[in-house]
Design a binder for this molecule. Structure first.
Ligand code: DGI
Ligand code: FE
Ligand code: FE
Length: 193
């Protein structure tokens, strides 16, 4: 799929690093979609758009959310890093008139995850974790796992996120916990047969 028009849209909204990251996530998402039988075009598109409001000043993001009537929960209100997923989905719907709920949800839940994630949501969540620009300790392990077993990769990524947030003394979003519990239970049931 030719995503050049969308690259042109995000270019002025993002800094150089975030723009490059978005392209990388888009490529990783397409690759995972082909591997796991999801719609590769949608994955590529959701990937390029997932951080669309990430470089917007927090004040502007807050203003967007107010304007589009999006209410924040208490955890969200105290976690500005979560805003870009929420404001991003709102921006896509209200400013770019993207209406595909699968794409909107993939962007909306790319940071926290949630219970009952679609295949596309899991792909964007994971692509964001393993994109070519990531270089945190253990990224190689996540890349390998993502190619082999998407559920196992989701469990490992969510547990990494939860441990990291807890160590920093940051509140963990209920959606993050719900996403982890769901996949952990699923893997346990598979093991127990
Ligand atoms: O936007 P990216 O940097 O590409 O990645 P992302 O959308 O996964 O955002 C990562 C940030 O989000 C990181 O600083 C941790 C934060 N985050 C993820 N889950 C939670 C969270 N912050 C809080 N407070 N609670 C969460 O559950
Ligand atoms: Fe993000
Ligand atoms: Fe990202």
């Amino acid at each position: 799929m030719d995503i050049t028009p969308y690259q042109k849209i995000i270019r002025p909204l993002l800094g150089d690093y975030r723009y490059r990251h978005s392209i990388n996530v888009s490529e990783a998402a397409r690759d995972l979609a082909e591997r796991y039988g999801a719609d590769a075009d949608k994955a590529q598109l959701a990937g390029i758009l997932h951080d669309i409001t990430k470089d917007m000043p927090k004040k502007e993001q807050k203003a967007l959310l107010d304007r589009f009537g999006v209410r924040l929960s208490p955890v969200e209100a105290h976690a500005p890093k979560l805003w870009h997923a929420i404001s991003g989905a709102a921006y896509l719907r209200n400013m770019l008139h993207i209406e595909d709920p699968e794409i909107l949800d993939a962007v909306r839940y790319h940071t926290t995850g949630r219970a009952g994630m679609s295949l596309l949501e899991k792909i964007i969540f994971t692509a964001d974790f393993i994109s070519a620009d990531r270089d945190y300790d253990g990224v190689g392990k996540f890349r390998k796992l993502a190619r082999r077993d998407l559920s196992a990769a989701m469990e490992a990524e969510l547990s990494y996120t939860i441990i990291d947030l807890a160590q920093q003394g940051v509140a963990i979003h209920p959606d993050t916990v719900a996403a982890f519990n769901e996949v952990a239970l699923q893997l346990l049931e598979e093991k127990e047969g």
